[in-house]
Structures are given as C-alpha cells and as structure tokens.
Design a protein around this ligand. Sequence first.
Ligand code: GLN
Length: 257
Amino acid sequence: MKKATKFLTMTLAMVMTVCTLTACGGGAAKGNTITFGTNAEFPPFEYVTSNGVIGEYDGIDMVIAKQIAESNGMTATMENMEFDSLLVALQNGQIDAVIAGMTATDERRETVDFSTPYYTATQVMIVREDSDITSATDMADKKICVLQGYTGEICVQNMGYTYEAFKKGTEAVMELVNGKCDVVVIDSATAQKYVGDNEGLKIVEDPSAFESEEYAIAVQKGNTELLDKINSAIDKMLADGTINELAVKYTEEVTAE
Ligand code: GLN
C-alpha cells in the first residue's frame, strides 16, 4: 500500500471510530441505543444481580427493555437511579425512556407520555402474620410504611393517614419484620416477593380501597417516534404471551431464591 493511501485509510478509520464513540455517548435516542432509566429496587421487575439481562440488572422489565430495543434493531442500556428522579431525568433528556414498574397515572401523564400498558397490579398491605389488619381502614391507628414517590404513598396520603416513607422496599420490610411499623403498602407482585423472602409476613388485599394500576413505559412528551417503536414491541409481546410467561417465570424464580 502506498504511503499516502495508507495515511488516508488510517485517518478514515480514526474518524469513523470517533463518530461511533460519539453516537454511543448516551443521552436522548442517539444512534442505535435506547437509554432506559429504572430503579433497580423493585423485584420481580428490576433488581441488581451478578449476572443480569442488561449489565447487572435483571427482572421482567429488563427483558422487556432488551426485546424492545432488539426488535427495532437497537441496543438497550440501563441507568439505575432513585425512583423519584426518573421522570426528571426523562424530561432532561438524560434517558430516553423509563421502565420501572411505573403506573401510568393521570398526574404523571401531565409531564410524560406512556406506552401501551403491559402489566396490571394493585396496591396491597404487607403485615405480620399475627396482625389484626384486614382492610385499609384498619390502618387508621397503625404505623404505616410506604415507598417514597410510589403510587402506594399517594394512596395512603389520599386516605389521610400519617406514614413514614422509605427509599427502598427492603428497608420498609425490615421495619415491619422488626416490629417498628405495622404495615407496608406496596405493589402486589413486589409484595409477594418480599413475603416469600421473609418469615412471618402475609399479604392483605382490599380491592375496595385500592384501584388496579397499569404499568407502562414513559417517554418524553411528543416523542412519538420512540413511543411507536416501544408500542409495536409491547403489542407483540402481549399478543404472543411473552409478558405473561415472564411474569410467571420471574415471580417463581425470584421468590425461590
Ligand atoms: N407502581 C408504583 C409506581 O408507579 C411503584 C413503581 C416502582 O417502585 N418501581 O409508583
């Protein structure tokens, strides 16, 4: 190869490398990557593990995120942050989408757009096995724990009860196990997981007090391009039973650990 040609080839290779690196530099919907945000403290939907589906993260949502990206010929990356910070990070463009067992509420719809719902849940009460709580009104004179920014907190707030808010489900459940609080209000599938993992706890349901909630993926308002990609993948995973299978698999697996 002539010297000049070789130089040109090398220069071209370097320019291409720089372009590729820039395209992968995070931020909103760049190149071939969807940057999702989550809060990996919400089993069976997202949790940290040694051998995850996306990096160190595993769970139902992680498999869904990966499939959304792959079915659109893209790659999924995951940023783990506090639940409270997710919608702000989305609005700032730090992440492209939020997948976090997030309930599509009217209040959240004011600031973001939601995908087709992919899972139905409800708030439940975790109590100790000897508890006399049988309905939501029984919480009136009890010490209540919730998770900060979760829909469970909003429910308890709307009921007019005082409560203590925690950042991690495991912390709230420890308070309950140690007798420092009487009830934890949290999403149903996650509650099942905590009851499976800890001796002496049970779940109390009260459908008259807690409405059903639908989990959906959030994108920036007006980002129809990404929303269409997400929805087409979700529609397919709902139709072919993938999401149902994942729910069964991860509920059993995580509880059995
Ligand atoms: N579904 C609840 C909410 O949207 C909790 C979600 C979560 O903690 N990941 O607030």
